[in-house]
Write a protein that binds this ligand. Structure first.
Ligand code: HEM
Length: 481
Protein backbone atom coordinates (compact mmCIF):
# COMPACT_ATOMS: atom_id res chain seq x y z
CA UNK A 1 0.00 0.00 0.00
CA UNK A 2 1.40 3.38 -0.96
CA UNK A 3 1.27 6.44 1.28
CA UNK A 4 -1.93 8.36 0.52
CA UNK A 5 -0.86 11.93 -0.22
CA UNK A 6 -4.38 12.98 -1.15
CA UNK A 7 -5.50 13.19 2.48
CA UNK A 8 -4.16 14.29 5.87
CA UNK A 9 -2.52 11.69 8.10
CA UNK A 10 -3.81 10.31 11.40
CA UNK A 11 -0.36 9.83 12.92
CA UNK A 12 -1.52 8.21 16.17
CA UNK A 13 -3.17 5.51 14.03
CA UNK A 14 -0.35 5.20 11.50
CA UNK A 15 0.04 1.79 9.84
CA UNK A 16 3.47 0.22 9.35
CA UNK A 17 4.16 2.04 6.11
CA UNK A 18 2.98 5.40 7.43
CA UNK A 19 5.17 4.93 10.49
CA UNK A 20 8.11 4.26 8.18
CA UNK A 21 7.24 7.46 6.32
CA UNK A 22 7.17 9.47 9.58
CA UNK A 23 10.55 8.02 10.56
CA UNK A 24 12.02 8.95 7.18
CA UNK A 25 10.52 12.47 7.05
CA UNK A 26 12.13 15.41 8.82
CA UNK A 27 10.12 17.25 11.47
CA UNK A 28 8.60 20.76 11.20
CA UNK A 29 6.93 19.98 7.87
CA UNK A 30 3.70 18.36 9.07
CA UNK A 31 3.57 20.47 12.23
CA UNK A 32 5.67 23.40 13.53
CA UNK A 33 8.42 22.51 16.02
CA UNK A 34 6.98 25.08 18.45
CA UNK A 35 10.30 25.89 20.20
CA UNK A 36 10.93 29.50 21.30
CA UNK A 37 14.53 30.09 20.19
CA UNK A 38 16.22 29.12 16.96
CA UNK A 39 19.51 29.31 15.09
CA UNK A 40 19.51 29.07 11.30
CA UNK A 41 23.04 28.04 10.38
CA UNK A 42 23.79 28.77 6.72
CA UNK A 43 26.77 26.89 5.35
CA UNK A 44 28.90 26.06 2.33
CA UNK A 45 30.65 22.77 1.69
CA UNK A 46 33.99 22.18 0.01
CA UNK A 47 33.21 20.73 -3.46
CA UNK A 48 36.67 19.13 -3.55
CA UNK A 49 35.76 17.08 -0.47
CA UNK A 50 32.53 15.46 -1.60
CA UNK A 51 32.95 12.24 0.37
CA UNK A 52 33.86 14.05 3.58
CA UNK A 53 30.87 16.35 3.16
CA UNK A 54 28.52 13.44 2.50
CA UNK A 55 29.83 11.61 5.58
CA UNK A 56 29.21 14.74 7.67
CA UNK A 57 25.62 15.04 6.41
CA UNK A 58 25.07 11.32 7.10
CA UNK A 59 26.41 11.75 10.61
CA UNK A 60 24.22 14.81 11.13
CA UNK A 61 21.19 12.72 10.13
CA UNK A 62 22.22 9.81 12.36
CA UNK A 63 23.04 11.87 15.41
CA UNK A 64 21.09 15.11 15.34
CA UNK A 65 18.24 15.54 12.87
CA UNK A 66 14.72 15.17 14.22
CA UNK A 67 12.32 12.90 12.36
CA UNK A 68 8.65 13.79 12.08
CA UNK A 69 7.85 10.80 14.28
CA UNK A 70 10.26 11.84 17.02
CA UNK A 71 8.98 15.42 16.93
CA UNK A 72 5.38 14.23 17.29
CA UNK A 73 6.23 11.82 20.12
CA UNK A 74 8.31 14.50 21.89
CA UNK A 75 5.49 17.04 21.64
CA UNK A 76 2.94 14.52 22.91
CA UNK A 77 5.19 13.73 25.87
CA UNK A 78 5.66 17.44 26.55
CA UNK A 79 1.87 17.93 26.52
CA UNK A 80 1.28 14.90 28.77
CA UNK A 81 4.13 15.34 31.25
CA UNK A 82 5.68 18.79 30.68
CA UNK A 83 8.99 17.04 30.01
CA UNK A 84 11.11 19.06 27.58
CA UNK A 85 12.18 17.29 24.40
CA UNK A 86 15.63 17.10 22.79
CA UNK A 87 16.77 20.01 20.64
CA UNK A 88 14.89 20.09 17.36
CA UNK A 89 17.27 19.96 14.37
CA UNK A 90 16.42 20.20 10.65
CA UNK A 91 18.48 20.26 7.44
CA UNK A 92 17.72 21.79 4.07
CA UNK A 93 20.01 21.80 1.02
CA UNK A 94 20.14 24.19 -1.92
CA UNK A 95 20.47 23.04 -5.50
CA UNK A 96 24.13 24.15 -5.37
CA UNK A 97 24.49 22.11 -2.17
CA UNK A 98 23.46 18.94 -4.02
CA UNK A 99 26.03 19.80 -6.72
CA UNK A 100 28.71 20.37 -4.07
CA UNK A 101 28.30 16.78 -2.83
CA UNK A 102 28.23 15.46 -6.39
CA UNK A 103 24.57 14.44 -6.24
CA UNK A 104 22.93 17.06 -8.41
CA UNK A 105 21.14 14.23 -10.26
CA UNK A 106 19.33 13.27 -7.05
CA UNK A 107 17.99 16.76 -6.35
CA UNK A 108 14.35 17.76 -6.90
CA UNK A 109 13.44 18.98 -10.37
CA UNK A 110 11.39 21.99 -9.18
CA UNK A 111 12.60 24.77 -11.53
CA UNK A 112 12.54 27.51 -8.86
CA UNK A 113 14.54 25.34 -6.48
CA UNK A 114 17.04 24.67 -9.26
CA UNK A 115 17.56 28.29 -10.25
CA UNK A 116 17.39 29.70 -6.70
CA UNK A 117 15.96 32.89 -5.20
CA UNK A 118 18.85 35.06 -6.48
CA UNK A 119 18.13 34.19 -10.13
CA UNK A 120 17.25 37.23 -12.23
CA UNK A 121 13.96 35.59 -13.21
CA UNK A 122 12.96 35.16 -9.58
CA UNK A 123 13.90 38.75 -8.66
CA UNK A 124 11.80 40.08 -11.53
CA UNK A 125 8.84 37.78 -10.88
CA UNK A 126 8.66 38.64 -7.17
CA UNK A 127 9.76 42.29 -7.52
CA UNK A 128 12.43 41.47 -4.94
CA UNK A 129 15.13 44.06 -4.23
CA UNK A 130 18.38 43.64 -6.19
CA UNK A 131 20.68 40.96 -4.74
CA UNK A 132 23.38 43.61 -4.22
CA UNK A 133 21.17 45.16 -1.52
CA UNK A 134 20.70 41.87 0.41
CA UNK A 135 22.67 41.11 3.55
CA UNK A 136 26.13 39.99 2.51
CA UNK A 137 25.66 36.39 3.73
CA UNK A 138 22.64 35.84 1.49
CA UNK A 139 24.39 37.25 -1.57
CA UNK A 140 26.65 34.21 -1.50
CA UNK A 141 25.90 30.83 -3.05
CA UNK A 142 24.77 28.89 0.01
CA UNK A 143 24.77 25.10 0.08
CA UNK A 144 22.37 24.52 2.91
CA UNK A 145 20.96 25.44 6.27
CA UNK A 146 20.64 23.68 9.60
CA UNK A 147 17.81 24.87 11.82
CA UNK A 148 18.34 24.33 15.54
CA UNK A 149 15.47 25.01 17.95
CA UNK A 150 15.06 24.66 21.70
CA UNK A 151 13.24 26.57 24.42
CA UNK A 152 16.35 28.25 25.81
CA UNK A 153 18.80 30.56 24.07
CA UNK A 154 21.79 28.98 25.80
CA UNK A 155 20.72 25.47 24.81
CA UNK A 156 20.15 26.54 21.21
CA UNK A 157 23.55 28.23 21.17
CA UNK A 158 25.29 25.13 22.58
CA UNK A 159 23.65 22.82 20.05
CA UNK A 160 24.49 25.28 17.26
CA UNK A 161 28.17 25.23 18.27
CA UNK A 162 28.25 21.43 18.06
CA UNK A 163 26.72 21.49 14.59
CA UNK A 164 28.98 24.26 13.33
CA UNK A 165 31.95 22.20 14.47
CA UNK A 166 30.72 19.24 12.44
CA UNK A 167 30.45 21.49 9.36
CA UNK A 168 33.88 23.07 9.73
CA UNK A 169 35.55 19.75 10.61
CA UNK A 170 34.34 18.50 7.23
CA UNK A 171 36.03 21.45 5.48
CA UNK A 172 32.79 23.42 5.22
CA UNK A 173 32.27 27.09 6.05
CA UNK A 174 29.61 28.57 8.28
CA UNK A 175 28.56 31.63 6.29
CA UNK A 176 26.05 33.04 8.76
CA UNK A 177 24.09 32.18 11.87
CA UNK A 178 20.71 33.87 12.10
CA UNK A 179 18.94 33.73 15.44
CA UNK A 180 15.18 33.70 15.81
CA UNK A 181 13.16 34.28 18.96
CA UNK A 182 9.43 33.76 19.44
CA UNK A 183 7.46 36.75 20.73
CA UNK A 184 4.30 36.16 22.72
CA UNK A 185 1.47 38.42 23.88
CA UNK A 186 -0.07 38.30 27.35
CA UNK A 187 -2.35 35.44 26.26
CA UNK A 188 0.72 33.41 25.25
CA UNK A 189 -0.06 33.61 21.52
CA UNK A 190 2.88 33.94 19.15
CA UNK A 191 3.06 37.43 17.62
CA UNK A 192 5.24 39.21 15.06
CA UNK A 193 7.07 42.52 15.35
CA UNK A 194 4.14 44.76 14.34
CA UNK A 195 2.36 43.29 17.37
CA UNK A 196 -0.14 40.93 15.67
CA UNK A 197 -0.87 37.29 16.48
CA UNK A 198 0.82 35.27 13.74
CA UNK A 199 0.76 31.65 12.66
CA UNK A 200 -2.89 31.13 13.62
CA UNK A 201 -4.24 30.11 10.24
CA UNK A 202 -2.45 27.10 8.79
CA UNK A 203 -3.23 24.24 6.45
CA UNK A 204 -3.54 21.29 8.86
CA UNK A 205 -2.02 18.02 7.67
CA UNK A 206 -2.54 15.86 10.75
CA UNK A 207 -6.00 14.46 11.46
CA UNK A 208 -5.43 14.88 15.20
CA UNK A 209 -4.94 18.64 14.76
CA UNK A 210 -8.00 18.85 12.49
CA UNK A 211 -10.12 17.01 15.08
CA UNK A 212 -8.92 19.33 17.85
CA UNK A 213 -9.66 22.38 15.72
CA UNK A 214 -13.14 21.07 14.85
CA UNK A 215 -13.86 20.53 18.51
CA UNK A 216 -12.49 23.79 19.89
CA UNK A 217 -12.71 26.48 17.20
CA UNK A 218 -15.04 24.90 14.64
CA UNK A 219 -14.42 24.18 10.97
CA UNK A 220 -17.86 24.79 9.46
CA UNK A 221 -16.99 27.98 7.59
CA UNK A 222 -13.30 27.42 6.91
CA UNK A 223 -11.99 23.92 6.52
CA UNK A 224 -8.31 23.77 7.51
CA UNK A 225 -8.02 20.15 6.29
CA UNK A 226 -5.28 19.81 3.68
CA UNK A 227 -3.78 16.77 1.94
CA UNK A 228 -0.18 15.75 2.63
CA UNK A 229 0.51 16.63 -1.02
CA UNK A 230 0.41 20.35 -0.08
CA UNK A 231 3.93 19.93 1.32
CA UNK A 232 5.31 16.44 0.71
CA UNK A 233 7.37 15.61 -2.35
CA UNK A 234 8.69 12.12 -3.10
CA UNK A 235 12.41 12.30 -2.38
CA UNK A 236 14.11 11.91 -5.78
CA UNK A 237 17.24 10.71 -3.97
CA UNK A 238 15.58 7.46 -2.88
CA UNK A 239 13.89 4.55 -4.65
CA UNK A 240 11.46 3.40 -1.93
CA UNK A 241 7.82 4.43 -1.57
CA UNK A 242 7.95 6.00 1.86
CA UNK A 243 10.70 8.67 1.72
CA UNK A 244 9.49 12.22 1.29
CA UNK A 245 10.89 15.70 1.65
CA UNK A 246 9.61 19.21 1.11
CA UNK A 247 10.68 22.35 -0.73
CA UNK A 248 11.73 24.86 1.89
CA UNK A 249 11.38 28.63 1.48
CA UNK A 250 13.52 30.98 3.58
CA UNK A 251 13.21 34.77 3.49
CA UNK A 252 14.61 37.26 5.95
CA UNK A 253 12.01 40.06 6.05
CA UNK A 254 12.99 43.21 7.91
CA UNK A 255 10.16 45.18 9.50
CA UNK A 256 10.18 48.96 9.83
CA UNK A 257 8.02 48.98 12.94
CA UNK A 258 8.17 52.75 13.44
CA UNK A 259 6.86 53.61 9.98
CA UNK A 260 4.24 50.81 10.02
CA UNK A 261 2.82 51.86 13.38
CA UNK A 262 2.97 55.55 12.37
CA UNK A 263 1.02 54.84 9.21
CA UNK A 264 -1.59 52.98 11.29
CA UNK A 265 -2.05 56.19 13.30
CA UNK A 266 -2.46 58.21 10.09
CA UNK A 267 -5.24 55.84 8.99
CA UNK A 268 -6.84 55.99 12.46
CA UNK A 269 -6.89 59.82 12.23
CA UNK A 270 -8.27 59.72 8.67
CA UNK A 271 -11.09 57.42 9.79
CA UNK A 272 -11.82 59.65 12.78
CA UNK A 273 -11.23 56.78 15.23
CA UNK A 274 -10.81 57.54 18.92
CA UNK A 275 -9.69 55.67 22.04
CA UNK A 276 -9.54 51.88 21.82
CA UNK A 277 -11.37 52.03 18.49
CA UNK A 278 -8.14 53.32 16.90
CA UNK A 279 -6.98 49.70 16.84
CA UNK A 280 -9.36 49.13 13.94
CA UNK A 281 -6.94 50.95 11.61
CA UNK A 282 -4.33 48.19 11.86
CA UNK A 283 -6.95 45.46 11.61
CA UNK A 284 -8.06 46.94 8.26
CA UNK A 285 -4.47 46.53 7.05
CA UNK A 286 -3.69 43.06 8.42
CA UNK A 287 -7.21 41.58 8.39
CA UNK A 288 -6.99 40.70 12.09
CA UNK A 289 -6.72 42.81 15.24
CA UNK A 290 -3.50 42.51 17.20
CA UNK A 291 -5.12 39.85 19.40
CA UNK A 292 -6.05 37.87 16.28
CA UNK A 293 -9.77 38.77 16.05
CA UNK A 294 -10.66 38.69 12.31
CA UNK A 295 -11.92 42.11 11.16
CA UNK A 296 -14.50 40.46 8.91
CA UNK A 297 -16.19 39.23 12.12
CA UNK A 298 -15.89 42.28 14.34
CA UNK A 299 -14.97 45.97 14.41
CA UNK A 300 -13.25 45.56 17.76
CA UNK A 301 -10.80 43.16 19.35
CA UNK A 302 -12.82 40.48 21.08
CA UNK A 303 -10.16 38.80 23.22
CA UNK A 304 -10.08 35.04 23.69
CA UNK A 305 -8.47 32.55 21.34
CA UNK A 306 -8.26 33.99 17.79
CA UNK A 307 -11.01 32.62 15.55
CA UNK A 308 -10.21 30.88 12.32
CA UNK A 309 -13.64 29.50 11.42
CA UNK A 310 -14.63 32.28 9.04
CA UNK A 311 -14.86 33.12 5.36
CA UNK A 312 -15.51 36.32 3.42
CA UNK A 313 -18.95 35.29 2.23
CA UNK A 314 -21.10 38.42 2.25
CA UNK A 315 -18.10 40.70 2.85
CA UNK A 316 -17.63 42.77 -0.32
CA UNK A 317 -14.68 44.55 1.25
CA UNK A 318 -16.88 46.49 3.66
CA UNK A 319 -15.66 44.66 6.77
CA UNK A 320 -12.31 43.18 5.74
CA UNK A 321 -10.83 45.26 2.88
CA UNK A 322 -9.78 43.27 -0.19
CA UNK A 323 -6.17 44.41 0.29
CA UNK A 324 -5.85 43.13 3.90
CA UNK A 325 -2.81 40.85 4.29
CA UNK A 326 -4.76 37.75 5.31
CA UNK A 327 -7.40 38.25 2.62
CA UNK A 328 -4.74 38.65 -0.09
CA UNK A 329 -2.81 35.58 1.05
CA UNK A 330 -5.86 33.39 1.71
CA UNK A 331 -9.02 34.69 0.07
CA UNK A 332 -10.97 31.71 1.47
CA UNK A 333 -12.95 31.29 -1.72
CA UNK A 334 -13.48 35.03 -2.35
CA UNK A 335 -10.61 35.63 -4.81
CA UNK A 336 -12.85 35.50 -7.86
CA UNK A 337 -10.10 34.28 -10.20
CA UNK A 338 -10.37 30.53 -9.52
CA UNK A 339 -12.85 28.12 -7.97
CA UNK A 340 -12.18 27.56 -4.26
CA UNK A 341 -10.52 24.10 -4.63
CA UNK A 342 -7.98 25.60 -7.08
CA UNK A 343 -7.45 28.61 -4.83
CA UNK A 344 -6.67 26.37 -1.84
CA UNK A 345 -3.78 24.80 -3.79
CA UNK A 346 -1.78 28.01 -3.30
CA UNK A 347 -1.69 27.72 0.49
CA UNK A 348 1.31 26.35 2.39
CA UNK A 349 2.37 25.49 5.94
CA UNK A 350 4.19 28.56 7.33
CA UNK A 351 6.85 28.11 10.00
CA UNK A 352 8.19 31.65 10.53
CA UNK A 353 9.72 33.11 13.68
CA UNK A 354 10.59 36.73 14.55
CA UNK A 355 14.18 37.90 14.80
CA UNK A 356 15.72 40.71 16.77
CA UNK A 357 19.24 41.51 15.53
CA UNK A 358 18.97 44.84 17.35
CA UNK A 359 17.39 44.92 20.77
CA UNK A 360 13.93 46.52 20.96
CA UNK A 361 12.91 49.15 23.56
CA UNK A 362 9.27 48.00 23.65
CA UNK A 363 7.78 44.55 23.51
CA UNK A 364 5.54 44.77 20.40
CA UNK A 365 2.48 43.78 22.45
CA UNK A 366 3.05 46.52 25.02
CA UNK A 367 3.08 49.75 23.05
CA UNK A 368 1.46 52.61 25.00
CA UNK A 369 -1.88 53.67 23.52
CA UNK A 370 -1.97 57.02 21.66
CA UNK A 371 -5.01 59.18 21.11
CA UNK A 372 -3.65 60.85 17.96
CA UNK A 373 -0.84 60.71 15.44
CA UNK A 374 0.74 63.74 17.12
CA UNK A 375 0.80 62.03 20.52
CA UNK A 376 2.15 58.84 18.96
CA UNK A 377 4.88 60.81 17.20
CA UNK A 378 6.07 62.45 20.37
CA UNK A 379 5.66 59.55 22.83
CA UNK A 380 6.05 56.25 21.03
CA UNK A 381 7.48 56.51 17.54
CA UNK A 382 11.04 57.54 18.49
CA UNK A 383 11.43 54.38 20.56
CA UNK A 384 10.34 51.99 17.80
CA UNK A 385 12.88 50.25 15.57
CA UNK A 386 13.12 51.18 11.91
CA UNK A 387 15.09 48.03 11.16
CA UNK A 388 17.14 45.25 12.74
CA UNK A 389 13.99 43.30 13.62
CA UNK A 390 11.68 41.26 11.44
CA UNK A 391 10.39 37.88 10.46
CA UNK A 392 12.32 34.83 9.34
CA UNK A 393 9.65 33.67 6.91
CA UNK A 394 9.85 29.93 6.42
CA UNK A 395 7.40 27.70 4.61
CA UNK A 396 7.14 24.23 3.08
CA UNK A 397 5.93 23.77 -0.47
CA UNK A 398 5.27 20.91 -2.88
CA UNK A 399 5.58 23.19 -5.93
CA UNK A 400 7.18 26.61 -5.36
CA UNK A 401 5.60 28.23 -8.45
CA UNK A 402 2.15 27.20 -7.28
CA UNK A 403 2.49 28.14 -3.63
CA UNK A 404 4.98 30.66 -2.21
CA UNK A 405 5.84 32.25 -5.55
CA UNK A 406 2.20 32.41 -6.65
CA UNK A 407 1.11 33.95 -3.34
CA UNK A 408 3.78 36.66 -3.49
CA UNK A 409 3.52 37.41 -7.20
CA UNK A 410 -0.07 36.85 -8.27
CA UNK A 411 -1.83 37.69 -5.01
CA UNK A 412 0.29 39.97 -2.77
CA UNK A 413 2.03 42.07 -5.44
CA UNK A 414 -0.97 42.30 -7.73
CA UNK A 415 -3.24 45.32 -7.36
CA UNK A 416 -5.83 43.55 -9.49
CA UNK A 417 -6.35 40.67 -7.07
CA UNK A 418 -8.96 39.70 -5.95
CA UNK A 419 -10.94 40.11 -9.15
CA UNK A 420 -12.70 42.15 -10.40
CA UNK A 421 -11.44 45.63 -9.65
CA UNK A 422 -8.25 47.16 -8.30
CA UNK A 423 -7.69 46.84 -4.58
CA UNK A 424 -4.02 47.62 -4.21
CA UNK A 425 -1.07 45.48 -3.23
CA UNK A 426 -0.77 43.61 0.07
CA UNK A 427 0.06 46.41 2.58
CA UNK A 428 2.33 44.08 4.60
CA UNK A 429 4.34 42.15 2.01
CA UNK A 430 3.36 43.62 -1.36
CA UNK A 431 6.32 44.61 -3.57
CA UNK A 432 6.73 46.30 -6.94
CA UNK A 433 4.81 49.03 -8.73
CA UNK A 434 1.50 50.07 -7.22
CA UNK A 435 -1.00 52.89 -7.31
CA UNK A 436 -1.47 54.42 -3.84
CA UNK A 437 -5.12 55.12 -4.60
CA UNK A 438 -5.98 51.45 -5.19
CA UNK A 439 -6.14 50.38 -1.52
CA UNK A 440 -9.56 51.44 -0.24
CA UNK A 441 -11.30 51.35 3.14
CA UNK A 442 -14.97 52.00 3.92
CA UNK A 443 -15.10 54.89 6.41
CA UNK A 444 -17.73 53.06 8.45
CA UNK A 445 -17.16 49.38 9.10
CA UNK A 446 -19.81 47.11 7.52
CA UNK A 447 -21.57 49.98 5.78
CA UNK A 448 -21.48 49.71 1.99
CA UNK A 449 -23.13 53.12 1.67
CA UNK A 450 -20.47 54.94 3.71
CA UNK A 451 -17.77 57.10 2.16
CA UNK A 452 -14.54 55.43 1.08
CA UNK A 453 -11.04 56.31 2.20
CA UNK A 454 -9.30 56.06 -1.15
CA UNK A 455 -5.67 56.93 -0.69
CA UNK A 456 -4.73 54.34 1.92
CA UNK A 457 -1.24 54.03 0.42
CA UNK A 458 0.06 51.49 2.92
CA UNK A 459 3.20 49.70 1.76
CA UNK A 460 6.97 49.38 1.93
CA UNK A 461 7.44 48.57 5.62
CA UNK A 462 8.75 45.05 5.06
CA UNK A 463 12.06 44.72 3.27
CA UNK A 464 13.43 41.48 1.90
CA UNK A 465 17.05 41.10 3.11
CA UNK A 466 17.84 37.78 1.45
CA UNK A 467 16.68 34.23 1.17
CA UNK A 468 16.85 30.97 -0.70
CA UNK A 469 14.86 28.03 -2.02
CA UNK A 470 15.97 24.72 -0.55
CA UNK A 471 14.84 21.14 -0.16
CA UNK A 472 14.51 19.30 3.15
CA UNK A 473 15.43 15.77 2.08
CA UNK A 474 14.27 12.53 3.66
CA UNK A 475 16.43 11.00 6.37
CA UNK A 476 16.58 7.84 4.21
CA UNK A 477 18.47 9.81 1.57
CA UNK A 478 20.82 11.31 4.13
CA UNK A 479 21.48 7.90 5.78
CA UNK A 480 22.51 6.59 2.34
CA UNK A 481 25.26 9.17 1.79
C1 HEM B 1 7.21 40.43 7.83
C2 HEM B 1 6.39 39.78 7.03
C3 HEM B 1 5.04 39.26 7.45
C4 HEM B 1 4.24 39.63 8.50
C5 HEM B 1 4.48 40.73 9.50
C6 HEM B 1 3.07 38.79 8.44
C7 HEM B 1 2.02 38.85 9.34
C8 HEM B 1 0.93 38.00 9.34
C9 HEM B 1 -0.12 38.01 10.34
C10 HEM B 1 -0.18 38.95 11.53
C11 HEM B 1 -1.01 37.04 10.00
C12 HEM B 1 -2.29 36.69 10.74
C13 HEM B 1 -2.16 35.44 11.57
C14 HEM B 1 -2.67 34.19 10.90
O1 HEM B 1 -3.77 34.23 10.33
O2 HEM B 1 -1.97 33.20 10.93
C15 HEM B 1 -0.53 36.42 8.79
C16 HEM B 1 -1.14 35.40 8.12
C17 HEM B 1 -0.72 34.88 6.90
N1 HEM B 1 0.40 35.27 6.19
FE1 HEM B 1 1.73 36.65 6.74
N2 HEM B 1 3.17 37.94 7.37
C18 HEM B 1 4.36 38.19 6.75
C19 HEM B 1 4.87 37.55 5.63
C20 HEM B 1 4.16 36.66 4.85
C21 HEM B 1 4.61 36.12 3.60
C22 HEM B 1 5.95 36.41 2.93
C23 HEM B 1 3.62 35.30 3.15
C24 HEM B 1 3.56 34.50 1.87
C25 HEM B 1 4.06 34.90 0.72
C26 HEM B 1 2.56 35.31 4.13
C27 HEM B 1 1.40 34.57 4.07
C28 HEM B 1 0.45 34.50 5.05
C29 HEM B 1 -0.67 33.59 5.02
C30 HEM B 1 -0.97 32.55 3.94
C31 HEM B 1 -1.40 33.83 6.19
C32 HEM B 1 -2.67 33.11 6.63
C33 HEM B 1 -3.89 33.73 6.02
C34 HEM B 1 -5.14 32.95 6.36
O3 HEM B 1 -5.13 31.73 6.21
O4 HEM B 1 -6.12 33.57 6.76
N3 HEM B 1 2.91 36.16 5.15
N4 HEM B 1 0.66 37.03 8.40
Amino acid sequence: MAINLAAPLAWTKANAEETQMLQALQGNILKGHGRNTTANIFFKLDPTKQLVSRRMLRQLANERLTSALKQLLDSKRFKDTGQDGDPFVHLALTSKGYDAIGLGAKAPADPDFKSGMKAAGSITALSDPAVATWEAAFQQDLHGMVLVATDSESRTAAEAVAIKTMITDAGGTVVHTQHGKALRNAAGEGIENFGYVDGRSQPLLLQEEIDAETETAGTSRWDPTFPLSVALVKDPGTADGFSFGSLFIFRKLEQDVRQFKTREQVIADSLGLTGEARELAGALIVGRFEDGTPVTLSDEARGGPPANNFSYVGDAGTRCPFHAHIRKTNPRGSGGAEPEPAERKHLMPRRGIPYEDVKREFHPAELPQSSSLAEFNSKVAPLLPTGGVGLLFMAYNAVIAQQFKFTQQVWANNSGFPVPGTHGIDPVIGQGPSNPADQKIKKTWDDAASLTLNNVDFKGFVKMKGGEYMYSPSLTFLFSL
